[in-house]
Design a protein around this ligand. Structure first.
Ligand SMILES: Nc1ncnc2c1ncn2[C@@H]1O[C@H](COP(=O)(O)OP(=O)(O)OP(=O)(O)O)[C@@H](O)[C@H]1O
Ligand SMILES: [Mg+2]
Length: 265
């Protein structure tokens, strides 16, 4: 069931954080949401997840406005991982991931083998099998982030909204999580929208890119077209150029750094 929104504006008090934002997703596509700090990526994800009521426009799941769906009904279809999720520190990894199953486990049903399988799969997919009984406050930042990704996976929703899912991960786990996202999309038809700061990773993994600046959509299209647009240099105020490392590799943004001098010794 495709997720879409049109003309969505969100305001915090008087200030508009998102202005006439629109997005139309194909089933199984990977969409990267990029843009400078404060440009509205998290706000857009909250609006898509039905967690903020827009001051104008609407978000549709198929034909149904998300605002009319109950939390549980929506959670069966859509999983959202916020940028800074919070849970009681003493919760264990396994308990957190079990909570991801809550939309599937009703008042009159306890966890069955399908739930246990989903939980084990979610833990293994993020390399957390060995840490299942650790409490969250005994984890490193990256391990905690993987635990949250795991909880979102256990939900087994057809749409995944991920707010900077790799921000705390070392380069090895960044690639692993991106690969997992790619497999979910290609093998299970999961639709993924992910806010991400790494432009090269966004270009490499996503089918389409949405670029926000000051709450407005500045680009919505194919990664290759973004590379040729000059928008990255303009919007992020950096010098750099796109290079093609090999014929079959994605365009790679090579940011120009100053040659900062070390003090003479
Ligand atoms: N709860 C809030 N109340 C008031 N203003 C907010 C709130 N959340 C975000 N904002 C403001 O809305 C704008 C968009 O914020 P948002 O968190 O969506 O940005 P972002 O693109 O996700 O940034 P980042 O890359 O830093 O995560 C910013 O100007 C921010 O200061
Ligand atoms: Mg954000």
């Amino acid at each position: 069931m495709p997720l879409s929104c049109s003309n969505v504006s969100v305001a915090y008090g008087e200030r508009k954080a998102l202005n006439q934002f629109g997005l139309s997703l194909e089933q199984g596509e990977i969409r990267a949401l990029i843009g400078p700090n404060g440009s509205g990526k998290s706000t857009a994800l909250h609006a898509l997840a039905g967690l903020i009521r827009p001051v104008e426009g609407r978000v549709l799941l198929g034909e149904t406005p998300v605002a009319t769906l109950s939390r549980r009904a929506l959670a069966k279809k859509l999983a959202f991982l916020p940028q800074q999720p919070a849970a009681p520190d003493e919760l264990t990894v396994a308990q957190l991931v079990r909570q991801g199953r809550y939309p599937h486990v009703g008042l009159f049903r306890s966890y069955d083998s399908t739930d246990e399988k989903a939980i084990d799969w979610a833990l293994e997919s993020t390399g957390l099998g060995g840490l299942a009984d650790r409490s969250l406050n005994e984890l490193s930042g990256g391990e905690r982030q993987r635990a949250w990704i795991s909880a979102a996976l256990a939900q087994e929703a057809a749409i995944l909204l991920l707010d900077e899912p790799t921000s705390f991960l070392d380069i090895g786990y960044q690639v692993e999580v991106l690969d997992l996202i790619h497999r979910l999309s290609r093998e299970k038809g999961v639709t993924i929208v992910m806010a991400i700061h790494d432009i090269n990773q966004a270009i490499a993994v996503s089918d389409r890119i949405s670029l926000l600046e000051k709450g407005r959509l500045r680009f919505d299209g194919l990664p290759e077209d973004l590379a040729g647009s000059g928008l990255i240099q303009d919007i992020f105020r950096v010098r750099g150029r796109f290079v093609q490392v090999a014929a079959d590799s994605p365009p790679h943004f090579d940011v120009e750094l100053a040659r900062w001098q070390r003090p003479m010794v």
